[in-house]
Design a protein around this ligand. Structure first.
Ligand code: ZN
Length: 299
């Protein structure tokens, strides 16, 4: 009973604490709640107690298939429900694989994260600085490992999905599909997916749910907008963002900064980062948000 009350209080705290987002107050220095970005932490014993507490009945997989685009979509209602769950992450950083994650996928993830850990950059744009800090492998690693605590296998709702976070299935868990290694895409694009999903673990921002893409949804040349991963049509799908800080926005900012400022990347890596970054930028459908990002990249 005491534990349940604590969990409820902490969940409320997570919703009401920190940074720029809807219906939130300012961060308080020394806030004991850990949400993966503020640097504070809860006591390890308390985390263990919370983790072992009975799960609410609502802690279940959403059963229905979602959008046909390449990344999983959760509803605002699911996000609100999941944000009430005890969603703490352990004090120790790092993630673990479920035992059913195939060795080839584990190896690919390790390889991808090792690649990003090695990135060294020069200056970062203001939006990048705000989200990740410097263009630097250590900062990216810290970002990922303070958010994602587990990696499992799932269909993520549809055959085109590459990866997902399903907040009701564990707010700090990232799920991969077989598509993660099925398609022939450059390493930087898998990184884009992984960091997109890491952003989705942020309970205090209601997991940065997607915005619905316009319908029709055309590029500058009048062609239908499609997923760069799968070719799936995006018109009317919940596969866009209206803010630079969401999952599409933040991963776009990362890629554009790597394109611009990575000092030890090959020319191909920087080119790929630009290609995928520009593609993801097209998913930012709010004109002000897009202008803000374009101005940021010019700095
Ligand atoms: Zn997403």
């Amino acid at each position: 009973m005491r534990l349940a009350r604590f969990a409820a209080a902490v969940s409320f705290g997570l919703l009401s604490a920190a940074a720029p987002c809807r219906a939130e107050g300012p961060v308080r220095p020394g806030d004991p709640l850990f949400d993966g970005s503020a640097g504070a932490s809860i006591d390890a014993a308390m985390f263990q107690a919370l983790r072992e507490a009975p799960r609410p009945a609502a802690h279940r997989a959403p059963a229905r298939p979602k959008a046909s685009a390449d990344l999983y979509y959760f509803t605002p209602e699911e996000a609100a429900e999941a944000a009430k769950l005890p969603s703490f992450q352990p004090k120790s950083r790092g993630y673990t694989f479920d035992s059913d994650v195939p060795p080839a996928i584990q190896a690919q993830v390790r390889d991808d994260l090792a690649f990003i850990k090695g990135i060294q950059g020069t200056k970062a744009t203001p939006l990048h600085q705000k989200i990740y800090g410097k263009v630097d492998g250590a900062a990216y690693t810290q970002f990922f490992e303070s958010r994602v605590t587990g990696i499992g296998m799932s269909g993520c709702g549809n055959g085109n999905a590459v990866a997902c976070v399903m907040p009701l299935m564990g707010p700090s868990k990232m799920w991969l599909t077989q598509n993660y290694i099925k398609f022939s895409h450059p390493q930087i694009s898998r990184m884009m997916v992984v960091f997109h999903e890491a952003r989705h673990t942020e309970a205090r921002h209601l997991f940065w749910g997607h915005a619905t893409c316009p319908d029709p949804f055309k590029d500058a040349d009048g062609n239908d907008m499609k997923s760069i991963w799968t070719g799936a049509l995006l018109a009317g799908e919940p596969a866009c963002d209206k803010t630079p800080l969401g999952s599409y926005g933040s991963s776009t900012i990362m890629l554009k900064n790597i394109q611009k400022s990575c000092a030890n990347c090959t020319e191909k890596v920087r080119m790929d980062a630009g290609l995928y970054g520009n593609d993801q930028l097209d998913r930012i459908t709010d004109a002000d948000a897009r202008r803000e990002m374009e101005a940021d990249f010019g700095r």
